[in-house]
Design a protein around this ligand. Sequence first.
Ligand code: COA
Length: 262
Amino acid sequence: MTTENGAAEHILVSQEDGIMTIEFNRPDKKNALTHTMYNTMIDALEQAEAESTVRALCFRGAGTCFTSGNDLKDFLANPPSDEQSPVMRFLHTLIDLKKPIVAVVQGPAIGIGTTMLLHCDIVLATPNAAFQTPFTKLALCPEAGSSFLLPRVVGMTRALSMLLTSQNIDANTAVQWGLVTELIPSILLDTTVQERLAALAALPPEAVRVAKALIRDPLRDATHDAVEQEAVQFMQRLTSDEAAEAMQAFLEKRTPDFSRFG
Ligand code: COA
C-alpha cells in the first residue's frame, strides 16, 4: 500500500486467509503514529470493509512495542485541527467498522495505543504488555472516546485512575479489568494468534457482523459524540503552553516543569 511522503513502510498491510493485518512498523520510534500512517490505515480499513473476502482485521506492532501512541513531534508539527484530520477520520472509521477487529499487544500500548483497543473486539496480549493513557501528563485530555467507553469497560474508579493519573496498567491487571480478552505466553503468541484468527475467519461472516452490531450499535452514536467533544478540548490543549512544555520535555529527555502555570 502506498502513502504520501514515502512512508509506506511504516504501516504494513497484508491479507491472508480472510484476515487483513495492519502492522505498525516504525520500531525505532516505538511505532509512534504520524498523520501519514493514519491516512494509510484509513485506506486499509475502508478496503477491509469493502472486500467480502476479508472476514476480520488484526492490528499489531513490529518490535518490542505495540505503539507509543501519537508521534509527539508530528503532533506539534501537524496538530489535528478539525474532524477531517487523519487521526479523527481514522477513529470514526474504526468505530464504524462492521467487521470484527482483533488487536495483538506486545510491550507498551500508550495513548491511542490503549484507547484504540476500546474499539477492537478481541484484545490478545503477552505478559510484557503494558497500558497507559498519559494524557494529563502531557497536558492533554482523554481522546478516542475513552472518556465515554473506558468507564464502561473497566469501571469509573479505574478509568479515573488511568485517565487522570496516567496509571500504568500491567498485562495481568488489564485482563482482570477487562481491557484485554486473553493473555498469551510470548513463546506461544504467533501460533495462538493464528489459531484465534483462523477460528474467527471460519465463522459465518454475517452472523458475526450482526452480533457485533447488536453489542456495539447502542453505544455507537454516543461514542462518535464523545470523540468529537474530546477533540475540541484536545485540540485546544495541544496548542497550550502546558502541552508545549510537556512535549518539549519528552523530546529533550528531561522532566517537565509545570510550576509556572496557574
Ligand atoms: N512520539 C515521538 N517519538 C517517540 C514517541 C512518541 N510518542 N515514543 C517514542 N518516541 C521516540 C523517542 O523520542 C526515541 O527517539 P530517539 O531514538 O530519536 O531519541 C525513540 O522513539 C525510542 O524511545 P525511547 O523513549 O528511548 O524508548 P524506551 O524503550 O525507553 O521507552 C516508551 C518506550 C514507549 C515507554 C517511551 O518512548 C514513551 O513513553 N513514549 C512516549 C509515549 C507518549 O507519551 N505517547 C503519546 C501519548 S498521547
